[in-house]
Every structure is written in structure tokens, then in C-alpha cells.
Write a protein that binds this ligand. Structure first.
Ligand code: SAM
Length: 243
């Protein structure tokens, strides 16, 4: 669980009502059970439940700091996906968080089947951020990836990292030397990959991205659905740098 408290001492109290509800009502933890806490500076603690105060919705826990390796990817990985239907956007957020993304960006592009009107963006992002938080907790992440919405593809150009990529099926011809493999040969500090909608990117969108430092890469000879491509990409990064 992510807690906002700067200091977690040996006899700590958890009194955030959502966290309390999740621990006691959803997971039905009891006295003596051990849970994990992460403080704002990403320190990890074990917390043994000592007391459950149902009236005040407060848990007393006995805390121990843990010195175990981080679960974060050694490369900061940002996925930027064209907007799709609600369930797909939620699925991408959950799976990308489980797979280690540091940031999840959604953007509207030419062939996107959805656009978010300005007045719904805040509410939709809050929902996705909550999904990312729950997924980060279940995956024992040390950070919750930030979820961002851009209402035009060109806003993505502001995000320049060590390796900017765009997944393009036309670059995925069998037998050609993989530009993805070449790019990942030397571990970049951070990598951002953009993924198109079901209808793909328009040729002029690819051209605009290429002209602004985004390298077109193939993700193998099979064309994946829009929501599968980012999960494939994150899995490749994990295999390459973590296994
Ligand atoms: N319009 C394309 C078609 O029908 O041939 C398919 C688009 S695909 C469903 C959606 C997005 O996933 C693409 O824009 C691309 O970013 C990514 N993608 C899927 N498979 C890919 C592959 N094998 N190589 C590179 N990108 C891929």
C-alpha cells in the first residue's frame, strides 16, 4: 500500500479510509497478517497488523523496514497509446502498470475511434489513476505510474527521452534487421514508444513523428491489436534488461 506519511515508525497507524477498507473488507486481513507499505521516498516496509479499530477505521501495525531490491524496471518505460474504448483504455492502464511502465499516455490521433471532450478528461483520468494505483499495489511496485491524456498527437513531441519510438507495422517485415533490437542493444536510460489505434497511424502522422526523432520500429511479423502491442513491448523490455 502506498502511504503519504513521510515517517513510518515502528508503531504506525493506517487511517486512510480507502486503504483501511481494502485491507479489512476487501482482502479480509486479520490481526497477525503482514502487509507491505511504501512511503513517499519508495522505502518498503512490512507491517504486521496489531489492532483493527472498526469504529475509527484505523489499523495499528508493527513496522519493519525492508532492504530488498526495487521492483522497478531498470529502464524508465513510457507507453503512449492512441485512445480507444473505455474497457480497452482501462485494460492498457492495468496491464502496463503490472508490466512496469513508468508513465502511461493516451492521445487522440487521426484514426482513433474516440476523443475525450475537455469536460470529461479529469474524471476519466482520475478513474485510470485509481486503476494504476490498485495494479501497482498488487504488483508490489514502488511507484504508481502517472496517467496522462493529450488531445492531439503533436503534444507527444514534448516528451523527448533517451529513445523515442513509434510502433509501426510497416517496419515489421520478416527478415529485416529489427530496429527495436538495435535500439535496445545499448540500454537506454528511458524509452517511450507510441502505439496507434486499431486503424493504425496515418502515413502523415508517422512522417511527423519520424521527423521529430521518433524511430519507427516493428514488433515482429504478427499484427497485434492496439492494446496487445504495448504489453508486448513492455514484456520485451523486461526480458531484455531484467531476466
Ligand atoms: N492498421 C493496421 C492494419 O490493419 O494493418 C493495424 C494497426 S494495429 C491493430 C494497432 C497498432 O499496434 C499499430 O498502429 C502499431 O502501433 C501497433 N502494432 C501492432 N502490431 C505491430 C507490429 N507487429 N509491429 C509494429 N507495431 C505494431
Amino acid at each position: 500500500y502506498f502511504v503519504n506519511n513521510e515517517i513510518i515508525d515502528s508503531n504506525f497507524k493506517i487511517n486512510d479510509s480507502e486503504t483501511f477498507k481494502h485491507i479489512v473488507k476487501v482482502l479480509r486481513h486479520q490481526i497477525g497478517d503482514v502487509i507491505y507499505l511504501v512511503d513517499p521516498t519508495k522505502n518498503l516496509f512490512t507491517a504486521k497488523i496489531a489492532q483493527i479499530d472498526l469504529d475509527n477505521k484505523e489499523l495499528s501495525v508493527e513496522v519493519d523496514k525492508l532492504d530488498i531490491p526495487s521492483t522497478e524496471m531498470p529502464v524508465s518505460a513510457i507507453v503512449a497509446c492512441s485512445l480507444s474504448k473505455k474497457d480497452k483504455v482501462e485494460w492498457i492502464t492495468q496491464k502496463s502498470t503490472e508490466l512496469g511502465a513508468s508513465k502511461i499516455i493516451f492521445f487522440a490521433s487521426k484514426y482513433s475511434i474516440m476523443h475525450w471532450k475537455n469536460n470529461v478528461v479529469e474524471k476519466k483520468l482520475a478513474r485510470l489513476q485509481e486503476i494504476a494505483k490498485n495494479a501497482a499495489q498488487q504488483s508490489k511496485r514502488r511507484i504508481i505510474p502517472e496517467v496522462i491524456y493529450l488531445n492531439k498527437l503533436s503534444d507527444l513531441l514534448k516528451y523527448q527521452v533517451s529513445a523515442n519510438l513509434v510502433a509501426y507495422e510497416e517496419s515489421a517485415k520478416v527478415g529485416e534487421i529489427s530496429l527495436l533490437a538495435q535500439t535496445l542493444q545499448k540500454k537506454p536510460e528511458s524509452v517511450l514508444c507510441a502505439f496507434g489505434p486499431e486503424g493504425g497511424f496515418a502515413p502523415d502522422e508517422i512522417e511527423m513523428l519520424n521527423q521529430n526523432g521518433f524511430l519507427s520500429v516493428g514488433l515482429g511479423p504478427r499484427i497485434m491489436r492496439a492494446e496487445t502491442a504495448p504489453t508486448y513491448f513492455l514484456s520485451v523490455l523486461s526480458y531484455k534488461y531484467e531476466l
